[in-house]
Design a protein around this ligand. Structure first.
Ligand SMILES: Nc1nc2c(ncn2[C@@H]2O[C@H](COP(=O)(O)OP(=O)(O)OP(=O)(O)O)[C@@H](O)[C@H]2O)c(=O)[nH]1
Length: 451
């Protein structure tokens, strides 16, 4: 593990005046000096990078981050997670900074959270709580919203302490939580239980309809190209660059919790559907995996997957490893021709960096060569479009079909289910069409419309 930025005795780094409107917050990343093999802290990622990410997440929910820093630990304390001395030191900082909230970027037990709240006399949000807030703000589809609310309720149920009502009121969420007395907690637990039941029923309903939507989407004749990648890798910016669509692309994490679809035409006329997906994040709390996966199922149906990477980020390798691990778990073959690595933000590399990457890329075999782009400046975009077109066509079969001109139904079917490349009306009253189809459809179509 790299040397921590903050020494044990040093105060946290003051932050420049933040733009946040949700309250004054301190962000800390506790990390073990010697990571234990079963410790909850992620040793693959540098603590500094984790701190950057945590501050980014806090800013994404409009917190005014007044101070932030690493908290090195020699061991994890059951009662407060971090040691007594450090807890006291932080209490002083909370007071002097008039902070209303401390984000502790690790998974805290309900008891640890409660004890820290008492010691600091302010709200404490752990990593799960922080990501839940972000998911809550970014969820756009019905299913996304329900999944997040369900995860939130399950998490709350395990820790019936007053939640951070300020944020939750804003979202119109769980304002009923808060009573400190036993009876109040029991009542809250019952209300939560009922709400969980209701949401589970609604989710069932939504899933059934989503299945229908997907079935109708599957009939769409165009190949689907899905963008995946780590949070802040530049997916939305690339999506916009490729589609010139107006999709939210702010310097915010998780600007896209739910998939967005657009259809575009590639340089040689191939039409595709471009699908933007949720950003990946390190150490995703297990309670959130279902909500996250629901949005990623799109990827499985994609003909081509663009794995967008921010190659100017210090942790780009660790981020890519995270994404690949999840793709593999979902059943995507990483060696498959349908995966293209897009190395984004080449404009942000330090001097000589882009040349170095170009050399690395040129040594890779052509079929697994990443494409270097800048979604911001447009550099490399033409080459990317060409590569997408090559891969899309490679995965599709081209057929010649013939049918009677009077077969209106057949013609209609072909236009709905295949990509019609060319059409010729014959003198004998028949029609000849050149169509492109997914390989698994080719045989059926040949049988029905023998050329
Ligand atoms: N310098 C540079 N910045 C970029 C580039 N592409 C995107 N960005 C910036 O990176 C930030 C994140 O971009 P987004 O497109 O929102 O990232 P995302 O992957 O969609 O993020 P999530 O929605 O959180 O998953 C924004 O500030 C973009 O302006 C690029 O090629 N070069």
């Amino acid at each position: 593990m790299t040397e921590p930025k903050t020494k044990e005795s040093a105060p946290l780094q003051p932050q420049p005046e933040g733009k946040g409107a949700s309250g004054r917050a301190i962000v800390i990343v506790p990390h073990l000096r010697r990571p234990s093999k079963d410790g909850p802290l992620d040793a693959a990622r540098s603590p500094e990078a984790q701190l950057d990410e945590a501050v980014g997440l806090a800013l994404a929910i409009d917190l005014d981050v007044v101070s932030s820093g690493l908290v090195p630990l020699s061991e994890i304390r059951p009662a407060t997670f971090i040691g007594t001395g450090k807890v006291e030191e932080l209490a002083g900082i909370v007071r002097s900074e008039e902070a209303e909230l401390v984000v502790v970027d690790t998974a805290l037990s309900p008891v640890q959270q409660r004890n820290l709240e008492r010691a600091w006399n302010c709200k404490v949000l752990d990593r799960t709580g922080l990501i839940l807030e972000i998911f809550g703000r970014r969820a756009r589809t019905k299913e996304g919203t329900l999944q997040v609310e369900l995860a939130h309720l399950n998490w709350q149920k395990s820790r019936l302490v007053r939640s951070w009502t300020h944020l939750e009121r804003q979202r119109g969420g769980f304002g009923f939580l808060g009573g400190p007395g036993e009876t109040q907690i029991e009542a809250d637990r019952r209300v939560i239980g009922e709400r969980i039941h209701k949401i589970e029923r609604e989710l069932e309903q939504v899933r059934r309809t989503r299945g229908l939507h997907r079935a109708s989407r599957k009939r769409v004749p165009y190949p689907i190209v899905a963008l995946v990648g780590y949070t802040n890798a530049g997916k939305s910016t690339l999506f916009n660059r490729l589609t010139r669509a107006k999709v939210l692309a702010a310097d915010m994490l998780f600007a896209t919790l739910d998939p967005t679809l657009r259809s575009i035409e590639l340089p040689h006329g191939t039409k595709i559907i471009l699908s933007d997906t949720v950003g990946f994040i390190s150490d995703l709390p297990t309670t959130l995996i279902a909500a996250f996966r629901a949005t990623l199922e799109e990827v499985l149906e994609a003909d081509v997957i663009l794995h967008v990477r921010d190659v100017s980020h210090g942790d780009t390798e660790a981020q890519a490893a995270d994404v690949k691990a999840i793709l593999t778990e979902l059943g995507v073959d990483l060696m498959s021709r349908r995966l293209i690595e897009v190395w984004n933000k080449v404009d942000a590399l330090e001097k000589g960096g882009a040349e170095r990457l170009r050399e690395i890329v040129s040594r890779r075999p052509a079929e697994s060569r990443p494409v270097l782009v800048s979604a911001l400046t447009g550099e490399g975009i033409e080459a990317l479009l060409d590569e997408i077109e090559t891969r899309v066509s490679a995965g599709r079969a081209e057929l010649e079909v013939a049918l009677d001109a009077a077969d209106g139904e057949g013609l209609h079917w072909l236009y709905e289910h295949t990509e019609v490349l060319d059409r010729a009306d014959q003198e004998d009253g028949s029609l000849r069409l050149r169509v492109r189809v997914p390989p698994d459809r080719a045989d059926g179509i040949r049988r029905r419309f023998s050329a």
